[in-house]
Every structure is written in structure tokens, then in C-alpha cells.
Design a protein around this ligand. Structure first.
Ligand code: NAD
Length: 317
């Protein structure tokens, strides 16, 4: 693999370019290659981003490229495909985007790629499964952005509600990156105090927890209604994932990863907290869920399993 810190981005649309802009601003990547079916777009993006290099904290080579560039990349990030339209759920994109993921994955693997895949295209839990199956890579090397963005939204909303820094909020969204996600509130901490105890001690109504979660899962619908797409938040979240891999951080992030008996589930990708390092997913962090949360998690997994059987397998097998 490359001794340089090389990232290939497939899909130079809103989400992909938000990640690219975030990488340019924060530094830490030495080579960034842009691939898209719209080749002109990648050439324009290369020129536009490169104009910012004199004001970037680090040197970075940015170029429009092709799949041969994946050969020695550390990471291939896939953000290609159709995005949600107003009122549309992520699951409605499954069939069209699975076909796109299959063809992109085949092209990436033909290059001899041996790095880590990071997937953001929706529905991300299903698209990560497609990339893992088609590539034949160890499942730990295919990471979906999962609920990394949802978890950021949750931390932001809790921080606003309690007027504390979001950096001190340790709370996770589990399950589908979508409508069936859940918050295991018993495992949420602010600083080192349980969120539930903070609610009780300050006479905050417990119903507010549901309102906070509603705010998380409804966010994408509201943003898409107002501005047609969501991209800055996921751009930052993808940057965070790229850094966790490149810097071999062992960072705990709620990614979409393959379940192999963890949480009593197997055979699908779903969002759970996991330790991320240069080899991808090192380990899944298993929380002891109460009965209600386990039932919600199982429901989320069931939706994924049904979609894999009915929509995904006919495309990839
Ligand atoms: P976009 O339309 O702006 O960009 C998509 C890009 O993919 C386009 O440039 C298009 O030319 C390219 N593309 C399409 N087919 C391709 C192929 N076969 N090979 C290479 N490139 C191809 O859309 P966007 O807003 O950037 O969204 C991209 C994806 O990210 C969508 O699926 C969207 O739902 C998803 N998304 C995920 C999250 C998350 O949290 N995981 C958040 C927001 C959006």
C-alpha cells in the first residue's frame, strides 16, 4: 500500500465534495483523487479545490483520476449514487444505488485495491453490505458511515438542551441510518453523569428525550425539504472516519458494520459503536441493552434483513 496518505473519492457530488473540502481545511491527507461518471465535474472540482491549497494547513495533491488510482490508496470513500428527494425515505433508493455500488466496487477491486472502504451512499447499511459482498474483502475492512452523522446530531441536540459542550456528550444512535434508529438512553453520559440522572435531578420531563430523538431522525427530512440535500454534516463525519483510519486512532464511532452474533444479530450491516483503526473495524462495543431497546434494535435489523433478501440479493448474486 502507499506510504503516502492517499484517499480516493468516488462520487464528486454534494456529499463527496463536502468531505473533500473538509479534508482540505483540516489537512492530514497527502493525496486526494476524485472519480465520478461526470469526468468534467471532477476536473472542475480539482481546479477549484486546488485554488484553496495556499490557505490549507498542509500540502495535498488533488487530482481528477480513474479507478487505476485505487491500486495503492489507503481508503476509497464511496458517496456516489442517487440522493433522497423531498419526502422520500433512504430505503427507496436501495435498488438503484445497489446496482451503482456493485459496478463501482468491481471497478475498484480490478485495480488491486487492498485498503479500507468507507461508504456513505444511501441506504448506507445496505450499500455497505453490497460493497462487502461484491468486493469479497474481510467485513472489517468495509465500513459504512452508519449512524456517525445521526450520533453527531444527537450530541448536538443534547448539548443545546442541557447547555453543555457537545464534546462532553457521550451518547450513541444505534440501528439503521434511517427511520428505525434508536437511542439507548441508559448508556448516555454527559461528562461522567448519566443523562437520565441529569434529567431527574433537574426536573426535566422524560418525554423530552423522545423529542430529542425525533429531532435526530427527522433532521434529514427537514433539511432536504428546505435545501434539497444534506452534506456539510456528513462531510465532517466522513472526514472524522478517514482520520480515525489514517491515524490508527482506535476511536469509538457508531459505524455501520457487519454483525456476527453481536447484539444477538448476524448477517447484516447496522450502526453500532465500534473501535476504528488502520485495519478498519477492530471490535464492536456491545452495550447491554434493556428489553425495550433490544426489541427496537431487532426491529431495525429485521428491516435490513428483509431488504437484503428481497432487494439486494437478486442484484448481487
Ligand atoms: P449528488 O447527486 O450531489 O452526487 C452524487 C454523485 O454520484 C454525482 O456527482 C453523480 O455523477 C455520481 N455518480 C452517480 N453514479 C455514479 C457511478 N456509477 N460512478 C461514479 N459516480 C457516480 O448526491 P449527494 O447529495 O452527494 O448524495 C450522495 C449519496 O450520499 C446519496 O446516496 C445520499 O443519499 C447519501 N447521503 C448519505 C448520508 C449519510 O449519512 N450516510 C448523508 C447525506 C447523503
Amino acid at each position: 500500500m502507499n506510504s503516502k496518505r492517499k484517499v480516493v473519492l468516488v462520487g464528486a457530488g454534494f456529499v463527496g465534495m463536502s468531505m473533500a473540502y473538509s479534508l482540505l481545511n483540516q489537512g492530514g491527507v497527502e493525496e486526494l483523487v476524485l472519480i465520478d461518471v461526470n469526468k468534467d465535474k471532477t476536473i472542475g472540482e480539482e481546479m477549484d479545490l486546488s485554488d484553496g491549497l495556499p490557505y490549507s494547513p498542509h500540502k495535498m495533491s488533488i487530482k481528477a483520476g480513474d479507478y487505476a488510482d485505487c491500486k495503492d490508496a489507503n481508503i476509497v470513500v464511496i458517496t456516489a449514487g442517487l440522493a433522497q428527494k423531498p419526502g422520500q425515505s433512504r430505503l427507496e433508493l436501495a435498488v438503484a444505488n445497489a446496482k451503482i455500488m456493485k459496478s463501482i466496487t468491481e471497478s475498484v477491486m480490478e485495480s488491486g485495491f487492498k485498503g479500507i472502504f468507507i461508504i456513505a451512499s444511501n441506504p448506507v447499511d445496505l450499500m455497505s453490505y453490497v460493497v462487502a459482498e461484491v468486493s469479497g474483502m474481510p467485513k472489517s475492512r468495509v465500513i459504512g458511515s452508519g449512524t456517525v452523522l445521526d450520533t453527531a446530531r444527537l450530541r448536538y441536540l443534547i448539548a443545546e438542551y442541557l447547555e453543555v459542550s457537545s464534546k462532553n456528550v457521550h451518547a450513541y444512535i444505534l440501528g439503521e441510518h434511517g427511520d428505525s434508529s434508536l437511542v439507548p438512553w441508559e448508556h448516555c453520559y454527559v461528562g461522567c453523569k448519566k443523562m437520565i440522572d441529569i434529567m431527574k435531578d433537574n426536573n426535566h420531563p422524560m418525554e423530552d428525550l423522545k423529542k430529542i430523538h425525533d429531532g435526530v431522525w427527522q433532521a434529514a427530512y427537514k433539511i432536504i425539504e428546505k435545501k434539497k440535500a444534506t452534506y456539510y454534516g456528513i462531510g465532517m463525519a466522513l472526514n472524522r472516519l478517514v482520520k480515525a483510519v489514517l491515524n490508527d486512532e482506535n476511536a469509538i464511532l457508531t459505524v455501520s458494520t457487519y454483525q456476527n452474533g453481536e447484539y444477538g444479530q448476524e448477517g447484516m450491516y447496522i450502526g453500532v459503536p465500534a473501535i476504528i483503526n488502520k485495519n478498519g473495524v477492530k471490535e464492536i462495543l456491545e452495550l447491554k441493552l434493556n428489553e425495550e431497546d433490544q426489541a427496537k434494535f431487532n426491529h431495525s435489523c429485521e428491516i435490513m434483513k428483509q431488504n437484503i433478501e428481497n432487494e439486494i440479493k437478486p442484484i448481487i448474486e
